[in-house]
Design a protein around this ligand. Sequence first.
Ligand SMILES: [Zn+2]
Length: 338
Amino acid sequence: MSQPERTGSDFNFEWRWVANNYRARVQRAAVLYALTGIPRSVEEITDRTQRVVGMWRARITHLQNTGYDLNGGPKKLAYVRNCTPAFVKAWPDSIPCKMERLCPFCYARWVGTIWDKLDDSFDNPRPEAGDNYIPVNRRTRHAIPDRSMPDVTRNPETRHRGRPLRAIQINDGADEPVGFPYWLIEHQRNLNFPYEKHGTDLNFLRAIVEDVIGWRQKWFRKNDFVGGFCSNFLVAAKKGWQLRFRALYKVRPGFQFCVEPTGPRKTHRQPTRKIIFGAIHRVCRYPKYLMTGDAEQTVALLTALQGRRIGGKTRALRLTATYGDFRNSQLRDLQNEQ
Ligand SMILES: [Zn+2]
């Protein structure tokens, strides 16, 4: 095999193929399209992924020069700049930087794990719907090594293990509702904090996130949700900081909130995989300002989210949480063991 090309310590990635299942699409919709708009062709997906690689390398270097602590020297920066791209299978393989709060690729991988949890939890009455173009069955999808997939982008007629790979057609009628034991509710709420009053004071930023975490715990305890997922983004908006609370609830039909919640919400009584896909990419939309916003504000925010030092230990502020059915028990057990 030939050696990967490099420019300095940066890999010049080659693009191999684009996966087209819901899991891949939800990652692209939440992150790639949020950053670069909706592509019209598979080739554009590749071009835009290349653009995001450039954006990411420029941004992380700029943030580090502005005072963001990467916890490592120049070597760490080189490895973060080569974080494994999402959206398109790239060669050579590299190591994910695991900076889920900032890195668009690691963030997209996190969106993929949210998809897995919700998709498994809803037990769609027709699990095959929407999946007829991926060459693996739902339960074993992670077991297929990437390199065994043929190049879908260049040859749409390719067959894989005897099954044809087709371009995705989400509106092909295969996802018709049959009968749904649970509903899905999307809920959002925004809180605004103008800059004139609150600059980039770290304690202020920490306090608003801590507040919402406390409120979130009570909210999930009081309501009889079967499953819950919520994500809080603290965003540098035009006029001030904005705290965006985004949540998805799995509920029994006829569900009533214990108190009418503030902010718009939408109830899906027939949560097909397509509906779940839409809800997740809206709720998990990557905050664009992380890549394009004022560098000092971004560094202040990231530093604030690292949490406070209490008794020699730093406790990071957790912006997202899953409850009930949306918690993946297998995964949780694994994490507890580590
Ligand atoms: Zn990364």
